[in-house]
Design a protein around this ligand. Structure first.
Ligand code: ACO
Length: 463
């Protein structure tokens, strides 16, 4: 360990030098910290020792409070990918990845998916409690009154190529909303925050369906306030002016499930992006656009689309062993899309529910599709393969949502868009929580610099 350049601070901060050097290195002292809620950190080279406060939440691992570490010790912590770092305090969602538990405001996702609906879950995430009947009715009414978009917004769409990826359109158009709704941009006004939140939740399905309709060259379909949130989305996606569109109850139930299961997932990449963007005081439309950009990647929300692309590449059940072999080969970059998760080292509880929904949709629609056969066979093989069992690589929610959306006739490029529609409420709830947290500060990570040390400028003639 490199010796600290700076002496530890005296007594002004919480990370004070401990009275006596710890007998054991810091990692070992974890079992018996010096005080009940603290931990010792020892610089082995010098024997210098600091006591760090430990904080406890209501559930989950305790955290070592390193906020004053740099000021007191001249050390940073190093944690690329944030595998061990809590970036905030939150009351919204709890995940126990080892046990496969996911709670929203304390309610189990399995209960919510089976007994609740997407608007109730949205209210819960935003407000912390399940709504009573009156609150729910008002919330649904308020959301339904914000579903239309400014007429000028359609001209944004016309600026895109017809074959533009709908996520590219969403990144642009959602950020562009800030140019239209000036009366909800003051993040310090609770009423404006609420209006912006409702607008985003209400308008996302409209904007997503418009992106789809634009790609087809069909007219945009206006929202209908008499329909439920999921039904209205299906209506805007699939209705045409020339005939009546009947909403299948199977499809609307599946859509409800997809919305609930994707609503929030604590501090994942896109949510952290929303928080980081919002920490500078940026307006909520810009922050959600940043979340959409982060979600797009194949290691995150783009995985459901990547699953389908992979299934196309595999093409036939006979080729599955070849792809399993590639996924296991450390020299090959190929991964089985829709398998594995950063947090869940057990079956993702959402994946289990989604698996049931997938089966329901396939049975009730009677869909026959070679790619779906490939997917189900892939799932069967991977669940029995030693490599995947050993590394705890279970199918994740994106694996099943990809298959379900395919069966529901969603074009592959729209899969991640649908995820963004569903996740908007989670992003908004997390953004709102951050703004309302008096202790939150602009997000500004540190780094371990490994580049050149300071050197003299070399004139062009000497290079
Ligand atoms: N196929 C094959 N091997 C895999 C896979 C996979 N899908 N996922 C992980 N592994 C292997 C890795 O090669 C690594 O092996 P090693 O220990 O021999 O080096 C080990 O399992 C651990 O993988 P990491 O990449 O360290 O795990 P991490 O937590 O960083 O990544 C991630 C998680 C990104 C989800 C990863 O599993 C993955 O790329 N999966 C495919 C993409 C996907 O489905 N993403 C959706 C995530 S869910 C969501 O966003 C809603």
């Amino acid at each position: 360990m490199k010796k600290a350049a700076k002496q530890p601070a005296k007594s002004k901060s919480s990370a004070k030098p401990a009275a006596k050097p710890a007998a054991k290195p810091a990692a070992k002292s974890a079992a018996k910290p010096a005080a009940a809620e603290s931990m010792n950190l020892t610089e082995n080279a010098s024997g210098q020792n600091w006591t760090l406060p430990v904080m406890s939440g209501t559930l989950g691992p305790k955290v070592i409070d390193v906020r004053k570490l740099y000021g007191d010790t001249d050390y940073f912590t190093y944690d690329p990918g944030f595998t061990s770092t809590a970036s905030c305090q939150s009351k919204i969602t709890f995940i126990d990845g080892d046990k496969g538990i996911l709670l929203h405001r304390g309610y189990d996702i399995v209960d919510l998916a089976e007994k609740s609906d997407s608007m109730e879950v949205a209210y819960l995430l935003l407000n912390g409690e399940l709504p009573n009947l009156q609150q729910k009715t008002k919330f649904e009414y308020d959301i339904s009154r914000h579903t239309m978009v400014h007429e000028q917004i359609q001209f944004f769409y016309r600026g895109f190529r017809r074959d533009a990826h709908p996520m590219a359109i969403m990144c642009g158009v959602v950020g562009g909303l800030a140019a239209f709704y000036h009366d909800s941009l003051d993040i310090n006004d609770p009423h404006q925050r609420m209006v912006a939140s409702y607008r985003l939740i209400a308008k996302m399905p409209t904007l997503a369906a418009m992106a789809y309709k634009y790609s087809l060259g069909q007219p945009f379909i206006h929202p209908r306030n008499d329909l439920k949130y999921a039904e209205n989305f299906l209506h805007m996606m699939y209705a045409v002016p020339a005939e009546e569109y009947k909403i299948s109850p199977v499809l609307s139930r599946a859509m409800e499930r997809i919305l609930i299961l994707h609503a929030d997932h604590e501090q994942n990449a896109s949510t952290s992006t929303v928080r980081l963007a919002g920490s500078s005081g940026a307006n909520p439309f810009a922050c959600i656009a940043a979340g959409i950009a982060s979600l797009w990647g194949p290691a995150h929300g783009g995985a459901n689309e990547a699953v389908l692309n992979m299934l196309h590449e595999i093409g036939d059940k006979k080729r599955i062993p070849e792809f399993i072999k590639r996924a296991k080969d450390p020299k090959d970059n190929f991964r089985l899309m829709g398998f594995g998760h950063r947090v869940y080292k057990n079956y993702d509880p959402r994946a289990k529910i989604m698996q049931r929904t997938t089966r329901e949709v396939l049975n009730e629609l009677g869909v026959k599709d070679d790619l779906l056969d490939v997917a189900l066979e892939l799932e069967r093989i991977a669940l029995h393969d030693d490599y995947f069992i050993e590394k705890q690589l279970y199918p994740n929610i994106d694996f099943y949502s990809g298959i379900t959306l395919k069966a529901m006739n969603f074009p592959t490029a729209m899969f991640t868009v649908l995820f963004a529609v569903a996740r908007t409420v989670g992003w908004i709830a997390q953004w709102k929580e951050m703004i309302e947290d008096q202790g939150s500060r602009i997000g500004r990570p540190r780094q371990l610099y490994t580049g050149e040390k300071q050197r003299d400028y070399v004139p062009m003639s000497k290079r």
